[in-house]
Design a protein around this ligand. Structure first.
Ligand code: CDV
Length: 312
């Protein structure tokens, strides 16, 4: 029996600061309907898909900051998206800023959820690799204050049995770290869903060559896919948002590492592909047969001999 999941990668163009949640949900629903018309089982939206990328600004009023977060999911504005998904019989991945009540305290996370065709949340992930700074960098118009606004995710990198396969999630900067893919690869992941917001040429860092940013975007997702024999669906918030350029290039990547579909615009755009969840089996049984070829004992010896800390 073939296990085909038809996936839609629903890239979003810029979201303005003043755009209402309800207006954004209208856009998400339009993309979801398009995905349904294309026969998709599952549609993937970007990181922080309900708002503009607010960590670019210093927001000092806690009440104002919390307005960018969702207190419940589904909430008053997002319920329509869940209802539409259930009505159409299509699942989705959604990234959003989560205000969680845990251990009798309030917590802030950069979160994604996996929702099945019946509108039930079947998986949750909280971003682990938070880029940027706690304190604003002086003189920089475009800040990246994720370390200030979010706590490091406390759920690890779980995988979920859903859509007839083993599905994992991560968010934006996570895609640049091999550990993200490998921790899920060790759990047999067959498809990794990830949303991103990647500003281009923000930091003026002499070590970051802006011309290579599009290359690095695909490099990390393609190598993560190949080395772990998994599909990767990477979905951007793209275009010129509040004065800053966000990279696009949303892509569906096969376990071979090949890009099988890619967005061509920096606007709301849907791409689709029939993903065979068994396509990774060949790599999992040969070159990346972990049980046969991984040498964990040697990795430990190498770390002990050379020291675990990277050189400063
Ligand atoms: N939202 C992100 O995590 N963005 C980072 C940028 C800041 C480097 C990224 O890795 O794309």
């Amino acid at each position: 029996m073939t296990r085909i999941v038809r996936v839609g990668a629903a890239q979003m163009g810029p979201i303005a600061r003043k755009e209402s949640r309800s207006g954004v949900v209208d856009r998400l629903i339009a993309l979801m309907r398009q995905a349904h018309s294309a026969g998709c089982d599952l549609v993937v939206f970007p990181e922080l898909a309900l708002t503009t990328f607010f960590p670019r600004w210093l927001i000092e009023d806690p009440g104002e900051l919390d307005d960018w977060f969702e207190r419940e999911m589904p909430g008053p504005e997002t319920k329509r998206l869940f209802d539409e998904g259930r009505h159409l019989g299509i699942g989705f991945y959604l990234g959003y800023a989560e205000l969680a009540r845990e251990r009798e305290a309030t917590h802030h996370y950069n979160t994604s959820i996996l929702v099945d065709k019946a509108g039930r949340i079947v998986g949750k992930y909280r971003k682990v690799h938070l880029p940027g700074t706690v304190d604003p960098l002086s003189g920089d118009p475009g800040q990246h204050l994720e370390k200030r606004y979010f706590e490091v995710g406390n759920l690890g990198f779980p995988v979920y049995r859903a859509f007839g396969g083993i599905i994992g999630m991560c968010i934006c900067n996570d895609r640049r770290w091999p550990e993200t893919y490998r921790v899920m690869g060790l759990q047999g992941v067959e498809m990794i869903l990830l949303g991103y917001n990647s500003p281009v040429g923000l930091d003026g860092d002499p070590f970051e060559v802006n011309a290579l940013e599009p290359f690095h975007n695909h490099l990390v997702m393609q190598s993560g896919a190949y080395q772990n024999a998994t599909w990767v669906v990477g979905v951007a918030k793209a275009g010129h948002e509040e004065g800053f350029d966000m990279i696009g290039q949303s892509a569906i990547i096969a376990p071979s590492g090949e890009i099988v579909a890619m967005c061509r615009t920096l606007t709301d755009e849907l791409i689709t592909h029939d993903c065979d969840l068994d396509a990774g089996r060949y790599y999992r049984n040969t070159i990346f047969n972990f049980a046969a070829h991984r040498r964990t004992e040697h990795y430990r010896l190498i770390v002990e001999r050379t020291g675990a800390e990277p050189p400063s």
